[in-house]
Design a binder for this molecule. Structure first.
Ligand code: CP
Length: 312
């Protein structure tokens, strides 16, 4: 049953079971098959959802618009700076009003507490389109891509190079849940979110996944099936922080030389947008091992599956 989580929120991998993560990933692959076969799937014709974006987006916003259109759902795109939110109207009031007009809320914002607050005040489903803590729609697209390329999760190894932030945290949780080894190459002094770390460690004990943080990039790359690049800094960080992170991450740039230290058949993934010449070279982005556009396309199929899974 596709809307198996009918009416539920979709906020973070840290709150999801292994079975829930796998169900949504498999549903996404099924929607991709339907897309390729041009099978109509307007299952939710007549629904209208709000798409509230506090930050810019190329993939998430457009993937949402297309996925929703295919399901028969209309998206009303909202910017907080065009609403009374920026005048100080409490979020709990905004959330309850949006709940009266729309069948669901897809939201990209800064603090994770914002999506949790919306969830608290809304009856209709809330989907997290990115917060500082997690990027769970990206996580499903990444798992789809991994399953398409390798046909399995368990026993694989990811070498991750990039800032310890939302995508890193979602990746930590899915690796620990599904038995994928994860070696995060990062400079000394960077600490992951404490709650995510504990949740990751607890899940890794069950799955047997090896999750490590290392300053040794070569060690992280050794035997990697997937080299995952991520921006060295995040939207909203100060110029000083960005300068510091760029310098600290310079030794962890993904070059063709770095790719050669992973397995010969290793793939390169990146959630995009990439800063070519910073975390990754142009050559790697364009090389035959790069699957970034398959991964980007999968954002659309996965958002479709998430909408379908939770829609009323
Ligand atoms: N990966 C991702 O979230 O891309 P956008 O910021 O373009 O949505």
């Amino acid at each position: 049953m596709r809307n198996r989580f009918k009416g539920k929120d979709y906020l973070a991998f840290k709150d999801m079971t292994k079975e829930e993560i796998e169900f949504i990933t498999d549903l996404s692959l099924d929607f991709k098959r339907k897309w390729v076969a041009r099978e109509p799937h307007e299952y939710f014709k007549g629904q209208v959802w709000a798409g509230l974006f506090e930050k810019n987006s190329t993939r998430t916003r457009n993937a949402l618009e297309r996925a929703a259109a295919d399901l028969g759902i209309k998206i009303v795109y909202l910017r907080p700076d065009e609403m009374q939110m920026t005048r100080g109207e409490p979020l709990k009031d905004t959330a309850r009003i949006l709940d009266r007009y729309f069948d669901g809320l897809f939201i990209r914002t800064f603090g994770h507490e914002v999506v949790e607050e919306c969830s608290k005040w809304m009856e209709n489903p809330v989907i997290n389109g990115l917060t500082a803590l997690e990027h769970p729609t990206q996580g499903i697209a990444d798992l789809m891509t991994i399953k398409e390329k390798f046909g399995k999760y368990e026993g694989l190894k990811i070498c991750y190079s990039g800032n310890l932030y939302n995508v890193a945290y979602t990746t930590m949780i899915f690796c620990a849940t599904l038995g994928i080894d994860l070696s995060i190459a990062c400079p000394k002094g960077l600490e992951p979110d404490a709650e995510i770390l504990v949740e990751t460690q607890n899940r890794a004990k069950i799955s047997g996944a090896k999750i490590e943080f290392t300053q040794d990039f070569d060690m992280a790359l050794k035997d990697a099936d997937i080299v995952y690049g991520m921006s060295q800094y995040s939207m909203g960080q100060s110029d000083e922080e960005i300068e510091y992170l760029k310098k600290a991450f310079a030794p962890y740039q993904i070059t063709m030389d770095a790719m050669r230290k992973a397995k010969p058949e290793a793939i390169f993934m990146h959630c995009l947008p990439a800063h070519r010449g910073e975390e990754v070279t142009d050559e790697v982005m364009e090389c035959s091992q790069s699957v970034i556009f398959d991964e980007g396309e999968n954002r659309m199929h996965s958002i479709k599956a998430i909408l379908a899974a939770v829609a009323n």
